[in-house]
Design a binder for this molecule. Structure first.
Ligand code: GLN
Length: 186
């Protein structure tokens, strides 16, 4: 069972994408619900708001502990929450993946677009960027699966997966299938 963190942002589309990819998804809002899932998706939205809600619901530490044992897939704001380091502005994060991200880094004019990217062993996929962060540094343990304009946009480190775009808005479901495989391999 895949949990989708459902405090804020695009969680419903992730649950539908997991179903299209052949998996089962449920919404997670409490530490008890988190205990019941095999992998977790942190959706896009507004990372600052999500951080506040994680704090209010006392979910920050349970999430970090979950990530120390089970796979987490963060997209866009979720990628920002998973990163080790966040800039523009600096903010707290779970630090589960050794990347440094800069928020809203594509600037005003290019801030939302749909493009095609090539994933290693995944082939061509559609990538929808919405006020996306840029991964400015990826540590030695981080594997880049796909890049756009020379910057990594889909990376993994061990059991965790990070996308700076929104794979839940694409019809190909490739990235969600990939995450389901990672969870099954645990
Ligand atoms: N700009 C948002 C942030 O910095 C992320 C945007 C998104 O998730 N689509 O948190």
């Amino acid at each position: 069972m895949i949990g989708v963190l459902a405090l804020q942002g695009g969680y419903e589309a992730h649950a539908r994408a997991i179903a299209r990819a052949g998996g089962e998804a449920c919404e997670v809002r409490t530490a008890e619900e988190l205990q019941a899932v095999d992998g977790l998706i942190i959706p896009g939205g507004e990372s600052t708001t999500m951080l506040k809600l994680l704090d209010r619901e006392n979910l920050f530490e349970p999430l970090r502990a979950f990530g120390n044992a089970k796979p987490v897939f963060g997209t866009c704001a979720g990628a920002i929450l998973l990163a080790r380091e966040v800039s523009n502005p600096k903010q707290n994060s779970l630090g589960l993946v050794d990347i440094a991200v800069e928020r809203n880094a594509y600037g005003r004019q290019l801030d939302s677009r749909v493009t095609s990217i090539e994933g290693e062993n995944l082939g061509a996929m559609e990538a929808v960027f919405i006020r996306a962060p840029i991964i400015r540094r990826a540590g030695a343990g981080v594997k880049v699966i796909a890049s756009y304009n020379g910057d990594p946009v889909l990376v993994e480190q061990g059991r965790h997966l990070v996308a700076t775009f929104h794979p839940e808005l694409s019809s190909d479901n490739l990235v969600h299938k990939y995450f389901l495989d990672k969870v099954a391999a645990q």
